[in-house]
Design a binder for this molecule. Structure first.
Ligand code: DSN
Length: 418
């Protein structure tokens, strides 16, 4: 007789802490009742949530499988070893580390493994689609390192590889970072590898946004090109909130030490186990189909929004996200975000390249298809969503749009009841 699972007990939570229980229910209602179009979010499976809500959360396991600083790690060792093996197989990587608590923690570890304070790091400008950890002054990366930023060409809005090469030749960076949070197009990892080799730099690919698409074969993999790939596990990959590192065997020791003991203490073993579950799910044929549909849906959504008068940055998308310039409609990104939220559509304002507006206002919005695709929506649904977004952005009263959103998600609910 197998041991019955001791897992999430919502009745216990309700009696212990009704306020937090109400938050959990409210959030479930929000997910079920609206459209989730934040490009960096997804809807995890019940299996991932079961691992997250388990007693593995109790366990201290500083160290790595077979070399822990605590006793009692036999079970969590199995979970971490399974996760590492699955990550290596899925991405064809020589080494994997599943302990980073987040994408930012994974990036910190990559800096720690390869750079010393004061080193020059060449990365994409946050204002043109990069990330805080790519050299922003308010982040460790901009305070402890010397950031040099590249961006996109003004006309095509594609990464300016000539500029990357020129900046690399001039500044001789210790590390070059490829990867972005608001860049809708494929990145030419081969070009980055060539530039890094020319100037003797380490190539880090921050694949936080698109590693799930790589897992499903919907876009090319950075793994053969990069010295280290950093990633999150909660975006298209659809796992628990967290980070991950993939690297060549020659860098394995440096990467592992940079995570623990350099930048983290005890790993979150419930999250590591949940990552292992997500990696297993991502190796299934259904996930492959899912990632291809994510890309098709993002393209359909961007096309629908273009037909409504919004301008897709770079002309469209090859990935799970699109960036729309709202200036043709005379609406700011902040206003569009507010209007959409009132209608049950969650998306985010976003700077567009060379944005004349400040970041908290922004001239654009970013939309992503991972959540709605998890709900089973396809291109015809995207056409409807585009029309609903356009009605909200133009300032139509939210009640009618919210009703239409409700009808749409009722047909393909997130976390269906029973
Ligand atoms: N905050 C994430 C995003 O929304 O893109 C990146 O870390």
């Amino acid at each position: 007789m197998p041991t019955p699972f001791w897992g999430p007990d919502f009745e216990a939570l309700t009696s212990t802490d009704p306020e937090i229980a109400a938050v959990l229910l409210g959030e479930l209602d929000r997910l079920r009742g609206g459209l989730q179009l934040i490009a960096s979010e997804n809807l995890t499976s019940p299996a991932v949530l079961a691992a997250l809500g388990s007693t593995l959360s109790n366990k201290y396991a500083e160290g790595y499988p077979g070399r822990r600083y605590y006793g009692g790690c036999a079970q969590v060792d199995v979970a971490e070893e399974l996760g590492i093996a699955r990550a290596r197989a899925l991405f064809g990587a020589e080494h994997a580390n599943l302990q980073p608590h987040s994408g930012a923690s994974a990036n910190l570890a990559a800096y720690a493994a390869f750079c010393a304070p004061g080193d020059v790091v060449l990365a994409m400008d946050l204002k043109q689609g990069g990330h805080l950890t790519h050299g922003s002054k308010v982040n460790f990366s901009g305070r402890w390192f010397q950031p040099v930023s590249y961006g996109v060409e003004r006309e095509a809005e594609l990464i300016d590889y000539d500029q990357v090469r020129e900046l690399a030749r001039t500044h001789r960076p210790r590390m070059i970072i490829a990867g972005a949070t608001a860049y809708p197009r494929l990145i030419d990892f081969g070009a980055f590898r060539e530039i890094a080799d020319e100037v003797g730099a380490i190539l880090m690919v921050d694949a936080a946004h698109f590693i799930g698409l790589v897992a499903g074969g919907a876009i090319p993999s950075p793994v053969p090109y990069a010295d280290v790939v950093t990633a999150t596990t909660h975006k298209v990959l659809r796992g628990p909130r967290g980070g991950m590192l993939l690297c060549r065997a020659e860098h394995a020791k440096a990467i592992d030490k940079a995570v623990f003991p350099f930048s983290q203490g005890g790993p979150l073993m419930h999250a590591v186990a949940a990552k292992a579950v997500a990696l297993k799910e991502a190796a299934a044929p259904e996930f492959r189909a899912y990632t291809h549909q994510v890309v098709a849906n993002a393209a359909a959504l961007a096309g629908g929004l273009a037909a409504e008068g919004m301008r897709p940055v770079s002309g469209g998308t090859d990935t799970h996200l699109a960036l729309l310039d709202l200036r043709p409609l005379g609406v700011t990104g902040a206003e569009a975000e507010r209007r959409c939220e009132a209608a049950g559509i969650t998306l985010n304002k976003n700077a567009i390249p060379f944005d004349p507006a400040p970041p908290m206002t922004a001239s654009g919005i970013r939309i992503g298809s991972p959540c709605v695709t998890t709900q089973g929506m396809t291109e015809p649904d995207m056409a409807q969503i585009a029309r609903l977004i356009a009605r909200a952005v133009r300032g139509e009263a939210p009640a009618g749009i919210a009703r239409a959103v409700g009808d749409l998600v009722a047909a393909r609910p997130a976390y269906p009841r029973g």
